[in-house]
Design a protein around this ligand. Structure first.
Ligand code: NAG
Length: 223
């Protein structure tokens, strides 16, 4: 039964997401987010349930962000709808707005920083999330909105990509194809991806569970 639902979703979304990407011209400009996001304080429950943080910077001063997306139970909020969903949508905008803004934090005229790095941890990503058409629609819509920020990301690291998460990334391909193509997609075996990631990112800027040191402290935690 679950498989059947999944396949129906795949077919349904394949058609919608293709239209979505067909309608969105590729913009390379900085995304104009609502200025009020700067001061907006999201409800505490969103901060607790949808964690993301700035771990630090790489050798070229590019900010490194972690989004623990595997923990994000978007479906629950999508099903609540109304103001809860509106807040979640804003919460995601704020995350990408912060990411975009953080690119300038260590930029100097001599050594300009033009992009950032995103680590998307899909650990325990659950079929419950993608077996819901409204949830997937919401995600694809948000992905379409934030897509113009992705040229400002050097690359993404997708960690702990299990079968469900891979299916999910396939849904996003029509919208985030260019970003996914320049990203690293790693499976669930940490022993395999940690050494590879450490070749690309400085160890002292990463949490211990991503191969960093025990005493690691992120620069800023949201959620
Ligand atoms: C939406 O967010 C605002 C600002 O944090 C908060 O006051 C309001 O209670 C939230 N609404 C819901 C339904 O969580």
């Amino acid at each position: 039964m679950e498989k059947f639902i999944l396949i129906s979703c795949v077919l349904f979304l394949w058609s919608t997401s293709s239209c979505v990407s067909g309608n969105s011209p590729h913009k390379r400009a900085v995304v104009k987010f609502d200025n009020a996001l700067d001061k907006w304080v999201p409800p505490m429950d969103l901060q607790l349930r949808f964690p993301y943080y700035l771990t630090g910077y790489d050798d070229e001063n590019r900010p490194i962000w972690v989004v623990e997306f595997g923990k994000w139970n978007l479906r629950k909020v999508v099903e609540q709808g109304g103001e809860s969903l509106h807040n979640l949508s804003r919460y995601i905008d704020q995350a990408f707005w912060r990411l975009q803004r953080s690119i300038d934090l260590r930029s100097t005229p001599e050594f300009p920083v033009t992009d950032g790095i995103g680590i998307f941890d899909l650990e325990n990503y659950d079929v419950f999330q993608i077996a819901s058409v409204p949830t997937l629609q919401f995600i694809i819509q948000k992905a379409r909105e934030i897509e113009p920020t992705t040229p400002h990301m050097d690359k993404g690291f997708f960690l702990n990509v299990n079968f469900v998460a891979q299916t999910f990334l396939n849904f996003l391909k029509p919208v985030l194809g260019a970003f996914l193509a320049k990203s690293e997609i790693y499976g669930t075996n940490r022993a395999r991806w940690i050494p590879d990631m450490l070749k690309k990112l400085p160890r002292d800027q990463l949490p211990e569970w991503y191969g960093g040191y025990k005493d690691f402290r992120p620069v800023a935690v949201y959620g």
